[in-house]
Design a protein. Sequence first.
Length: 292
Amino acid sequence: MDLDMRRVRYFVAVAEECSFVRAASRLYMTQPALSRQIRALEEDLSVVLFLRDRQGTVLTRAGHQLLEDARPLLAMSQAVQQRVRMANRDVNHFAIGFMPGIVVTPIVREFAAMAPQLDIEVVHTSITDQVDFLIDGRVDVCYVRLPLPEGMFEVVPLFPEPRVVALPSAHPLAELKAVHVEDLRDMTLLQDPGDVPEWRGRLPREPLAPQMDAGRYPVTIEECLEGVASGAGCYVMPAGMAGFYRRDDVAYLTLEGVAPRMVALAYSKHRTMPELSQFAELSRRMLGPGPD
């Protein structure tokens, strides 16, 4: 049995909307037609994906598992279509993802001289969407900050990057150049604590902004820094990004007692384009550790 990607897309819409009616509207189809497609998907998989009652539409355990796998699957499907269309063009296209704090201009310039047959595009990403750009094919290679999901990418470690903590510029510690993570126990961390395993301080219990649900962390760096500037807490980030997000109401201090983030180059494991390994070797030579 082959999985019907169209039905998978319908399933994701229902799961995200928690409603067949809203999902049908989003998909521009009728609710009965959508229900038939979901039932057909359940029959294909021999599972129940949703529990339907007066309180709404709730995912079963099998439904949660399918949702976890379906999003990258749909993104990969989109990437395949995009790369096939690119391959149909006369010019070879090569997209390089980069993010603030990682200077790639010299590498891109040298690679362009090495591979004049390529139409090279440089694409800005962020630490929150670096994986999305790789999965859906918007970039062929991407400079990333580890960790990444295991098993999906070829990863070329380049160099460790220290981390800094963003504090309100009026905070008593803001005049220091460095601070230990233990000195921040009285502060609230405005990000997923999984980003900072060494953290032993407070975590937000209330929404950080009116539009947020309780316990939800800011999604973007800009949101996090707004929270810092307003005095809601602190934010830990790679040192290279501090200069890019410079602002008068936020101070950046070197953070001791936390592990650095590894900067790496990543690309999809299944890709066979020879230029990928060429670009990886160039990046290793220009950004990686020097000889012992």
